[in-house]
Design a protein around this ligand. Structure first.
Ligand code: PFF
Length: 453
């Protein structure tokens, strides 16, 4: 344990945590979720979820990692004998997520390449995925497969190479390069998008508050879901990263910085995406609601179409957009994969290099299967279940177990307060012990009800 790796600098840890948080979820998930759940009015539940669940849970996970200095399974078992399984459950979800997250990054990488080599032509309809996604024809997927295999190998090569190099020389260094680069690239795209004709209408549509929706439970569920997903909470990730913190690091402060940095980027993505959608709607002379989308369709069908209509430098902006997706995704993939690399390493007492090769290798092989034709359908199913149940369930178990079963909130609070300038008061325990379990319990119930009816 003495030679546990450590972050070299505070900024290094924050970059890594922010790198994990800022991911595909910020760029393609948040804008659509906000729009569908009340637009400007969504910011109220969103902010509430950030302050009552997001940041309190980040503080909790940072504290667990820093205090118990282990991967998630080891940290849980040190906190309470018999709790190791919670760590493994979270690591298992992280493992599953990593296998398909990598495929999406690989798509983005091949699209970055396409845009640069001008392979997507002038007609957005000829774009590879448009057919597949909208019509559901398998034909286009066939042509996609060879295009994604090589990028997928590169994606795993980079992620595992970074993990192989270690915490300070690998993860920290990679994030210190990738995150600032991402912010610069993304800012260029957002500024360009906001200066296009129609952009303002897009932003109006995005921020137009629909206050009636605020009384709808679904909107609150969406806000909490977005915060959990976006902050990489309840997947063993933040526990693992904070286990490499020095003993005196100010965790509460770091959690606030990470939470606000992530939300700022999310907001920026909202501006960029809706400005671009506004432009597209204006070009086509249709209302914005007709062009709004999210997820795979937004990134790989709608965005290419929008970029094709840019007045100039289409290849350049296409390349910037997809490279941003790649960078945002890679820094998250690295963090997700680190959870099981560290878990395996400590459980079986093997070298880091061995667990990178074994754990990462298995994940990479499974994700190659996702990249095949049948795998793409499977990806949808897995994604759906992880998002509908995995997140809420993992978070619920975590807070209920810690707050009510092993009753560890007090000692954890004491630990956090001993290293931090910001003192955690009663509010922190109320958020974790009462508000978060109630909301997550309701989320589970709501998801189950929807799936059963
Ligand atoms: N927080 C990252 C994102 O928003 O994309 C990474 C991530 C965490 C993705 C958890 C997916 C996930 F379920």
């Amino acid at each position: 344990m003495e030679n546990r790796p450590q972050w070299g600098t505070r900024a290094g840890f924050i970059m890594a945590a922010v790198g994990s948080a800022i991911g595909l979820g910020n760029i393609w998930r948040f804008p659509g979720v906000a729009y569908e759940n009340g637009g400007g009015a969504f910011f109220l539940p969103y902010l509430f979820a950030l302050l009552t669940a997001g940041i309190p849970l980040l503080i909790l996970e940072f504290t667990i990692g820093q205090k118990y200095r282990g991967s998630a399974p080891l940290s849980y078992s040190r906190m309470s004998k018999g709790a190791e399984w919670i760590g493994w459950w979270q690591v298992a979800i992280a493992f599953v997520i990593s296998t398909y997250y990598a495929v999406i990054i690989a798509w983005a990488m091949s699209f970055a390449y396409f845009s640069f080599s001008n392979a997507w032509g002038d007609d957005p309809q000829t774009f590879l995925l448009v057919d597949y996604l909208q019509v559901g024809e398998a034909g286009a997927v066939g042509s996609l497969v060879p295009g994604v295999l090589i990028p997928l190998i590169i994606v795993w090569g980079v992620a595992l190479g970074v993990l192989f190099a270690g915490v300070k020389r690998g993860i920290e260094r990679a994030n210190k390069i990738m995150i600032p680069t991402l912010v610069v690239l993304f800012l260029i795209i957002v500024i360009r998008a906001m200066t296009l004709p129609g952009a303002l209408d897009g932003l109006n549509a995005f921020f137009q508050p629909n206050w009636e929706m605020i009384t709808d439970g679904k909107v609150w569920v969406a806000a909490y879901g977005q915060i959990f997903f976006s902050l990489s909470i309840a997947f063993a990730i933040m526990i693992t990263y904070s286990s490499y913190l020095p003993k005196k690091a100010d965790i509460t402060n770091n959690a606030f910085i990470t939470g606000f940095a992530n939300s700022s980027f999310e907001l920026l993505a909202g501006f960029g995406v809706f400005a671009a959608l506004g432009f597209m709607a204006a070009q086509q002379g249709v209302p914005i609601s007709e062009v709004v989308s999210s997820g795979v369709i937004l990134a790989f069908a709608v965005f290419p179409a929008i970029i094709n209509e840019f007045p100039a430098f289409n290849e350049f902006f296409g390349f910037l957009f997809f490279t941003s997706l790649v960078l945002a995704g890679l820094t998250s993939l690295i963090s997700i994969t680190e959870t099981y690399v560290a878990g395996i390493q400590e459980k079986f007492n093997v070298k880091r290099s061995t667990s990178v090769i074994v754990g990462g290798g298995i994940a990479a092989i499974i994700s190659l299967l996702f990249a095949t034709q049948g795998g793409l359908n499977f990806l949808d199913v897995v994604d759906y279940f992880v998002n509908q149940f995995g997140i809420a369930f993992a978070g619920l178990i975590e807070v209920v177990f810690i707050a009510w079963y092993i009753k560890q909130l007090d000692p954890l609070q004491k630990h956090a307060n001993s290293v931090s300038d910001i003192r955690l008061g009663l509010w922190w325990k109320v958020c974790l012990g009462i508000i978060t379990p109630v909301v997550l319990g309701y989320t589970m119930y709501d998801n189950l009800r929807q799936n059963l009816t």
